[in-house]
Write a protein that binds this ligand. Structure first.
Ligand code: PDD
Length: 286
């Protein structure tokens, strides 16, 4: 049984509760972060903490804990749940007012809700899926216009995953005005020659913490990076494709809409970036 964190308490998962009036539950009025754990240490914690602050600020929400307290809670959960490889999920909502109301409650009388739990994932780094590569389908991007805020409104991404599943694929890349935005829960990239191409940052995509690190490592390794829009057809004709996220690190994409990317294998650039990312982020883990 896991020990989880809820509003200041460490509790067995079966004893942790949140109000039925919580705005996270009623309105999807909340933000989240997913941080990976390797060797019992937190990967890119600083990046996730900074993005969390930004998400809260964009929604006029206040953080119920400081960054130092947040680090302490993450570490304590890793320790008590004996996580060597896995993930930590964190969610902060606008709390539980006395009744359902569209208007935001007064933060002085309705404190935000904070919940964290661990997910044990042995073999996260040495993943079979990364050796094989994944298949994606393309779908319309029907999400709202502030995808730069990491909110818990994940219904459309969940529907995208289900559409992928039905097509015998692993994930969906979303397309808006003819251009790929991102995957359901990851950033999307293609490789042409020695060039890594990924959509530039804007409100259209989540500003991936793994994306920032991978692009930095790529540039340091003298690889060329181009931040620009690309179409799904350009992706199908690319030499390689891949995704990044805290839960997959760097994962090759070998098929798009049933069409093999390159020779249909993970290729050269994505596996190398995965290796560099894992090496470097393990070194910097806290
Ligand atoms: N998802 N884009 C979207 C829409 C995401 O949901 C995520 C992360 C990313 C990658 O961001 P990062 O590198 O910071 O994890 C991009 C997490 C892993 C999730 O929802 O489980």
């Amino acid at each position: 049984m896991r020990t989880v964190y809820v509003n200041g308490d460490y509790l067995p998962e079966t004893e942790a509760t949140v109000s039925i009036f919580d705005r996270g539950f009623l309105m999807a009025d909340g933000v989240y972060e997913v941080t990976s754990v390797l060797d019992g240490k937190l990967i890119d914690f600083e990046g996730h903490a900074v993005r969390l602050e930004r998400s809260l600020k964009e929604l006029d929400m206040t953080a119920p804990v400081t960054k130092d307290e947040l680090l302490e809670i993450h570490r304590e959960l890793v320790r008590v749940n004996e996580i060597d490889e896995g993930l930590i999920y964190l969610q902060i909502t606008r709390g539980a007012p006395a009744d359902r109301d569209f208007a935001f409650p007064d933060p002085d009388t309705t404190p935000s809700t904070i919940v964290l739990f661990t997910q044990n994932k042995p073999g996260l780094a040495d993943s079979q899926a990364a050796k094989k590569g994944m298949k994606v389908i393309s779908i319309d991007d029907l999400r709202w216009g502030r995808r730069d805020i990491k909110t818990v409104q994940l219904l459309y991404p969940s529907m995208g995953k289900m559409m992928a599943k039905k097509s015998d694929a692993d994930d969906a890349w979303m397309v808006q005005d003819g251009f790929v935005t991102e995957g359901t829960s990851n950033n999307a990239y293609i490789v042409k020659g020695n060039k890594i191409i990924t959509r530039a940052l804007s409100n259209d995509i989540l500003h991936g913490i793994t994306r920032a690190a991978v692009l930095r490592f790529a540039r340091e390794a003298q690889m060329e990076v181009e931040e620009r829009n690309f179409t799904i057809d350009e992706a199908k004709e690319a030499d390689e494709a891949f995704i990044t996220s805290a839960s997959t690190f760097v994962m090759p994409v070998v098929e798009i809409d049933g069409i093999a990317v390159g020779d249909g294998t993970p290729g050269r650039v994505a596996p190398r970036l995965r290796e560099i990312y894992l090496d470097e982020s393990r070194k910097a883990a806290v």
